[in-house]
Design a protein around this ligand. Structure first.
Ligand code: CMC
Length: 427
């Protein structure tokens, strides 16, 4: 009869061990009983970059990377993108269920209550040089925001946590928009509570430029935010949970997560894709030589590949269609032709086929942002605005998970054994 356990024989000692299987997995800590000598620490599993290690149990987001499936709390991303709104999706991610009308209205009104930065933040934002990278500013100002709310350290209080969740969802876009206006030498636009979340965000960026506030572009922005709202245990979500695990306040944890997002292998890829298309490839004719350099490992094809998806990223699939709707309003982006050709050539080449490399969310999002009039360095900021509810949902789940403690990986030490200090003159 089959048993939910794993039998391991250590060929060094001939000893056998029985390890429990729970939900198809083993607890790494059970490996510690495997030792050659009693005084040893015991066996660990070595897994750099956590390629095969589950750090938590989660019911927030489901991904089937082989089949290109992404669901938030069970709902397919395509249905949410088509029918929902960023704030409804935020509530879903954070609380686990689609809200009733009363609950959603209350959530929206709680968020609107925080639609104002504390006095003092505006001068902090304006103290940054105008040409600072907006992600550097966002990371710093989210952390700075927390200093205005020292009570946010009380993470044992559900009421306090709820307040800070709402405040972060409300104020991360305000931080983003204020710095954008400052960087452009424009007057700051105050939040407007008569507008929807995405309408208010675009209004804070572009007030007075009616073309950029077209209702269809507002809808497109909302869809983009939904598609970016969560993506299970990616680099920044893991940082959010890891930072939160030392009981840091949520502002510090979101700032840390945003810092992780900034890198070009994660959320920074949307900016890198635009740079690659406009500055490196430049014309359709240059695609073959660029792809040759990628295959020689001299460059990465930005916006391609994913740790989890080994087929087309469903977010990219949806965005490719959404892009057409945006281009109908804004006029087509000349870089689109290069992107489409690049994709079709790459997908037909053995290098990409053998490695299951497909476009990810960042491949087309930048083209849409650019057409909407958003400057390239702001792209990752938009990703961060969209992802903030997801980070907070992951954080809330972490706080309520009795299995979790402070994150503290082990290492396999490969350094020197004991040695005595040598005075400078003897080295
Ligand atoms: N261009 C060229 N080669 C690639 C690429 C790429 N974009 N991505 C992976 N490879 C190759 C890689 O060199 C390796 O080749 P080999 O087997 O010969 O050593 C193989 O494919 C497997 O790749 P990996 O680096 O082991 O994969 P990973 O899971 O560690 O990395 C990734 C995932 C997303 C960091 C990587 O695919 C990448 O650097 N992509 C470009 C950056 C990018 O678009 N990032 C956005 C990710 S989606 C948005 C988000 O959620 O953050």
């Amino acid at each position: 009869m089959s048993k939910d356990s794993l039998s391991i024989t250590d060929n060094r000692t001939g000893k056998s061990y029985e390890i429990d299987i729970d939900d198809g997995n083993i607890r790494a800590k059970q490996l510690r009983q495997i030792k050659v000598n009693d005084d040893e620490f015991g066996m660990m599993s070595y897994d750099p970059s956590y390629e095969n290690t589950a750090s938590c149990k989660s019911s927030v987001t489901y991904i089937d990377g082989d089949n290109g499936i992404l669901r938030y709390r069970g709902y397919p991303i395509e249905q949410l993108a088509e029918n929902s709104s960023q704030l409804e999706v935020s509530k879903l991610l954070i609380d686990g269920e689609l809200p009733s009308k009363t609950d959603l209205d209350k959530f929206i009104s709680d968020i609107k209550e925080f639609n104002e930065l504390p006095s003092g933040m505006e001068s902090i934002i304006k103290s940054f040089p105008k040409d600072s990278h907006p992600m550097g500013v966002l990371v710093s100002t989210i952390a700075a925001l927390g200093t205005f709310y020292p009570e946010s350290k009380n993470i044992q209080s559900e009421e306090e946590n709820y307040k800070n969740i709402c405040r972060l969802i409300a104020q991360v876009p305000i931080l983003a928009a204020y710095f954008y206006r400052h960087s452009q030498g424009l007057e700051i636009v105050q939040p407007d509570n008569s507008l929807s979340y995405s309408q208010n965000f675009l209004n804070m960026l572009f007030k007075g430029d009616d073309k950029k506030l077209n209702p269809d572009l507002v809808d497109a922005m909302d869809t983009l935010l939904i598609l970016h709202a969560d993506h299970e245990q990616n680099c920044s979500a893991s940082v959010m949970r890891g930072t939160g695990s030392s009981e840091s306040d949520p502002y510090s944890s979101v700032a840390a997560a945003a810092a992780a997002l900034y890198g070009p292998l994660h959320g920074g890829a949307n900016e890198a894709v635009l740079e690659m298309l406009s500055k490196e490839i430049k014309t359709v004719e240059n695609i073959p030589s660029f792809l040759e350099s990628v295959q020689k490992k001299e460059a990465l094809l930005m916006g391609f590949g994913h740790r989890v998806y080994k087929s087309y990223d469903p977010r990219a699939k949806y965005l490719k269609i959404a892009a057409d709707k945006v281009f109908e309003i804004t006029g087509t982006n000349p870089l689109l032709d290069i992107a489409l050709k690049l994709e079709s050539i790459a997908l037909s080449e053995d290098y990409f086929k053998a490695r299951n490399l497909y476009p990810n969310v960042d491949f087309y999002s930048g083209l849409i942002y650019e057409s909407m009039g958003i400057p390239t360095p702001m792209f990752t900021v938009l990703f961060a605005v969209g992802r903030t509810p997801g980070w907070l949902a992951q954080w809330k789940e972490f706080l309520n998970d009795k299995d979790q403690k402070i994150a503290r990986p082990r290492q396999v030490y490969t350094g020197y054994d004991y040695r005595d200090y040598l005075p400078l003159e003897s080295r």
